[in-house]
Design a protein around this ligand. Sequence first.
Ligand code: 6GU
Length: 247
Amino acid sequence: MNFFVLTLFPDMIKDTLSHSITGRAMKEGKINVEPINIRDFSNDKHNHVDDYPYGGGAGMVIRPQPVYDAYKSIENKVGKNTRVVYMTPQGETFNQKMAEEFSKEENIVFLCGHYEGIDERVIDEIVTDEVSIGDFVLTGGELASIMIIDAVSRLVDGVLGKAESFQDESFSESLLEYPQYTRPPEFMGKKVPDVLLSGHHANIDKWRREQSIIRTIEKRPDLIKNAELSKKDIEFIKKIGKYDLLK
Ligand code: 6GU
């Protein structure tokens, strides 16, 4: 999968994603991250990319021309039917479902603003999706695009090894993950739950499933209604007196 990032700070993107699992995926060619410096496309004699806002006000606005030409350089490589995601707090809030949707694309373009924003006309012209990563304001879209590239990459075939597989993980079916333990069997007076030392796999699976449900109800009660629950799960939720959360 190819991720193109239109940005004024290309080093932020590559440097951050070059570690750990995304770094390995880049080396192995499972993903390709290509930051494109909008400034390289400025037709201004000083390579300026921004200008004063019409109507006045504080800050600067990124001019449409360099953004459009930078985008065109990608379009010439991958064609017209590519999603162009503008990173903005005004967008739809990113979630795991969006990550799954994006991971089906072969190419995806992220447009990162900085300063006060980008001229609205080029946004209208090239952007297909507006995405936010939550209700707070960042100095620019770069960190947000990095987060999304990370979340999408790990869903791309071959990026996660078997040991890192995403079968049981948080959100895969709207449930949070169960707690994990490793050695020693006792730490600061706290013991690892007996069932995990029992070697009884059916009991371990049952305990983990129940812990996932308990955690979700305690930490994110809003999620449990959308979880994929079996009859047994629902019986368990009744037993712990939380059936009203399913209504
Ligand atoms: Cl995508 N961009 C910026 N600048 N701030 C944000 C954001 C994005 N998502 C939340 N805050």
